[in-house]
Design a protein around this ligand. Structure first.
Ligand code: BTN
Length: 260
């Protein structure tokens, strides 16, 4: 029998101060990011989370679609950070997913720069961050997280990268409520520690599998091939091409392929 999800079950004794203080659970919706953006525009408090059991119009990066059939997780969190913290939201969200997966399943997940979460080289989670700014000030950011739980990539032959689901990797059932709660707690801890020191950046960097591997980075303007040498505090990837030039690549509109 499928586990029951509700806002009450997610929020009960959650223990966070901001993230998850209000949870909106929708059994079915188009895109939790779209719902969260509308809620944020209407004045929803920072930390409000929108969770769906099924998405019919999930959005991915680079205008791709994202599949969330029943039994998986689609979640969006509204944040209202200072502008200086925007580059770190990628770090907060992907590291929170890695930690939540570790806590709930014992599996070691790794990050493919900038913010895919992989297990054994296969994508188990995608993150879409949408920022709304007005005259240089952040109105809100929506952190959209899709985690594959009972997901069989064979059902979706058009998927653009090797994918997997947590239940297949763990070899058994996973509580979505437990995973969501752990994710919200980890997000809050990391989010609140931004600005204190470099701990979030340092820990995120340790989880990034892309470092020290050969990569191909494609954007509309160019294709770069080289060694992923380092990652900046602003989240940019430093790629050394074979002519010795160091290129700084920002997450925005690029796709990345690992060669080794
Ligand atoms: C990607 O890897 O392309 C990013 C996928 C992000 C998917 C999540 S699911 C929850 C939230 N709502 C959406 O419509 N998209 C994000």
């Amino acid at each position: 029998m499928r586990e029951e999800i509700s806002a009450e079950r997610i929020m009960k004794d959650l223990g966070t101060g901001i993230i998850g203080r209000s949870v909106l659970y929708l059994p079915e919706t188009g895109s939790t990011n779209e719902v969260a953006r509308a809620e944020a525009r209407a004045g929803a408090a920072e930390g409000t989370a929108v969770v769906a059991g099924l998405q019919t119009g999930g959005k991915g990066r680079l205008k791709r679609t994202w599949r969330t059939p029943e039994g998986n997780i689609a979640l969006s969190v509204i944040l209202r950070p200072p502008k200086v913290h925007l580059p770190q939201l990628i770090m907060v969200s992907s590291l929170a997913v890695v930690r939540a997966i570790g806590e709930v399943t014992g599996l070691e997940a790794r990050i493919k720069w900038p913010n895919d979460v992989l297990i054994g080289g296969k994508k188990v989670c995608g993150i879409l961050i949408e920022n709304d700014l007005h005259r240089g000030t952040v109105n809100f950011s929506v952190i959209g997280i899709g985690i594959n739980i009972s997901f069989d990539p064979a059902d979706y032959p058009d998927i653009y990268s090797p994918a997997t689901g947590l239940e297949a990797e763990a070899g058994g059932g996973i509580s979505r409520v437990k995973l969501i709660r752990s994710l919200l707690r980890n997000m809050e801890k990391l989010y609140l520690s931004l600005g204190e020191d470099d701990a979030v950046y340092d820990d995120w960097k340790k989880s990034v599998a892309t470092l020290n591997s050969r990569v191909t980075v494609s954007s509309e303007d160019e294709v770069l091939e080289g060694l992923a040498e380092d990652i900046g505090r602003d989240g940019s990837l430093m790629v050394r091409t074979d002519d010795g030039t160091l290129h700084r690549v920002f997450a925005g509109d690029v796709t990345l392929r690992r060669e080794n």
